[in-house]
Write a protein of this length. Structure first.
Length: 333
């Protein structure tokens, strides 16, 4: 289970030893476990969706015909404070109750919450008052704020842009299927994304000669991952798939080697997490299937520095999970 947290949820970028053994959540059965995991994992998966939707552009001016760029981004989606804990209503579960921690704490840390001691985490009690009663403390959070001073979910992106006719630019994110690791622990990933940037100022009488660039942008991307969970149980497979769309209006202004830009629009994401196969003590096959859907307004501002053919850029997007993007690239025409 630690491998699922390390690789699927945080895209192989978090390697903290605080990653938790989530098997505890399955002690009360698959139905209870799925609900508990849904609340515990939500900020990591939601944040990954917002991060993967970021970094598509760094100017509102499309390439000229046959113009080209290769851009590499690091996108960090910051987790809000209210997503660091989640509450559990025992009425929503089967034969489960809760008990406060020794310090009276009643909220459970999500995976993106603080790294608490066992005595500071409330208890989960299954089959209370019976011979089969199980009393456990749930997993704690990664504690990123304590360890590195910030709480974010990372997602990388590598893309190319190609100039077409009519002041239009095609953007492509493509990672053919890749497999890593030894047999029994193999991780497979692939990505595809497509975006279109089009100059709309050329179609608006009276402003097409004004000294700024104005474009519309639309993109979608998908990322699919799977991993062998247990070398001794070949059918235990974890899957983490994410898809997203972005629709923006973009304005930019070039000032010598510096371009400043901003955008307003809308983004959506859907993330699905599955645990397939059979697991000890769980009669159900493929016991976990969780889906998160998010969407909302998005506004961003940024700047790009171009030195000869080399570009360096950074931007900040305001949305449900605010996102910081930084990157560099090569751009011609």
């Amino acid at each position: 289970m630690k491998k699922i947290i390390l690789i699927f949820i945080l895209g192989a970028f978090i390697t903290s030893s605080n990653a938790q053994d989530l098997d505890k959540f399955l002690e009360g059965g698959a139905e209870n476990g799925e609900k508990l995991l849904e609340g515990y994992l939500e900020p990591a998966f939601v944040g990954f969706g917002y991060a993967l939707n970021s970094g598509w552009y760094n100017t509102g001016k499309p390439h000229k015909v046959a113009g080209f760029d290769l851009t590499i981004n690091a996108n960090l989606a910051y987790v809000p404070q209210d997503a660091q804990f989640f509450k559990i209503n025992p009425a929503d579960y089967n034969n489960m109750t809760t008990a406060p921690a020794e310090n009276g704490q009643t909220s459970y840390p999500t995976i993106m919450g603080p790294n608490l001691e066992a005595d500071d985490i409330p208890y989960l009690v299954f089959d209370e008052g019976t011979e089969d009663e199980i009393r456990i403390t749930a997993p704690t959070g990664l504690g990123m704020e304590e360890s590195i001073g910030s709480n974010f979910v990372p997602a990388p992106s590598v893309q190319i842009g190609i100039g077409l006719i009519k002041n239009t630019e095609l953007k492509l994110r493509l990672l053919p299927e890749q497999t890593f690791g030894d047999p029994g622990e193999q991780f497979t990933t692939k990505m595809f994304g497509l975006g279109v940037l089009h100059d709309v100022k050329q179609w608006i009488p009276g402003i097409k000669n004004l000294p700024f660039d104005l474009s519309g942008f639309f993109a979608f991307n998908t990322m699919k991952n799977s991993m062998e969970i247990n070398a001794d149980v070949p059918d235990q497979i974890g899957e983490f798939n994410v898809s997203g769309t972005t629709l923006q209006g973009i304005i930019s202004k070039k000032l010598s080697v510096l371009t400043v830009y901003g955008g307003v629009g809308f983004s959506t994401s859907k993330v699905n997490f599955k645990m397939k196969g059979t697991y000890d003590g769980i009669p159900e096959v493929d016991p976990i299937d969780i889906e998160y859907k998010n969407g909302g307004l998005r506004a961003n501002v940024g700047a790009r520095l171009k030195l000869l053919i080399f570009t360096f850029h950074a931007e900040y997007a305001v949305q449900k999970y605010n996102t910081l993007t930084a990157g560099f690239g090569i751009s011609i025409r």
